[in-house]
Design a protein around this ligand. Sequence first.
Ligand SMILES: Nc1ncnc2c1ncn2[C@@H]1O[C@H](COP(=O)(O)OP(=O)(O)OP(=O)(O)O)[C@@H](O)[C@H]1O
Length: 304
Amino acid sequence: MSDADDSTENPRSGGPVEANIPDDVETPDIEEAESADSDVEEDAKRTPRGLPLRVQDLRKEFGGITAVDGASFSVEKGSLTGLIGPNGAGKSTTFNCIAGVHQPTSGHVYFQGQDITGYRPHQVANRGLMRTFQIARELEEMTVLENMMLAPRGQRGESLTYSVFPGLRGQVVTQEEDLREKAWETLELFEIDHLASEYAGNLSGGQRKLLEMARVLMADPEMVLLDEPLAGVNPTLEHKLLERIHALREEGLTFLLVEHDMDIIMQNCEHIIVMHQGQVLAEGDADTIRNDDRVIDAYLGETL
Ligand SMILES: Nc1ncnc2c1ncn2[C@@H]1O[C@H](COP(=O)(O)OP(=O)(O)OP(=O)(O)O)[C@@H](O)[C@H]1O
C-alpha cells in the first residue's frame, strides 16, 4: 500500500486538527456544525481513561476510493482486541489512520480521552500508542542490541546541552545504563537475548517479529497496534509471541491486532471487530462472531 496517491492527506503536522474534508464533500451549515462540534466534545468527555482507544465515524478516501466508510469502535484497556475482515475491508487503512500514517478524510480518533485525529505518527507514539514497524534496511546492519537501544521515547543522548551544562553528563551515563539494562531485560522477555550481538539482517522472519515487538516495548507504550505480527512465524515462535502478548496484557498493556489467521484471532482475542467494505459489520466475542450470519456472508467460503 502506498501513500503516494493519498490526495486527501492533511498537510498539517501540529496537534489535533479538524476533520480534513475535501472540496467536493458538502459541509454542514453553521448550526449543524456547532451541534456536531458539541456532540464531539460530549463524546470526548464520555471517553474514560479506562477506554484507551475510540474511533468515531472514521472515513478515509483515496481519490475516488472509500477505504474506510464511517467506522466506529472502541478498545478496552488491557484487552487483546482483534480487527478482522475480508481482503480490502479497510483494516490497514484504519490502523494507519489511528497511527497517524494516514490523515482521515473525516471522523475522529480518541486516545485516552484526547482527540488525536490528525496527529503525525511520532506524536501518536509520544502519547503511548505505538505500532510495530518492519526492521528497515538500515537497521539490518545494526546488532539486535543496537536496534533495541535506538531512539526509545524520552532518550536524551549526547547533545550540545551537555557541553554547555557538563554537570548533566552523569545523568546521560545513568540513562544509557538504564536503557541498556532495559534492552537486555526486554530481549530476555522475548527469549532473544542470545541474539543480542547478531546483526538484525541475519535473523529469521520469526525472530525479526520478536525483535519488532521488543523494540516497541522499549518505548513503554500504553497500547500497541499489531498488523499481522505472526505472518511467517513458525509455530514455536508464534506460541512464544502470543504468550508474551498475553503476559503484557495481564500487566495492563492494550493490544489491537489485525491478523488473517482466524484461529489465532478466535483463540486469543476476547473482543473481535469485523470490518467489511470500510464499515464495522459486527463486534463481539469469538462465539458471537462465529455465529453471526452477516460475518459468514462477508467471508463466504473462508473458515471461521
Ligand atoms: N494508498 C491507497 N491508495 C488507493 N487505494 C487504497 C490505498 N490504500 C488502500 N486502498 C484501497 O482501500 C481499500 C481498503 O484497503 P485496506 O488495505 O485498508 O484493506 P485491508 O482490510 O487491510 O485489506 P487486506 O486484508 O487485503 O490487507 C482497498 O480497496 C484498497 O485497494
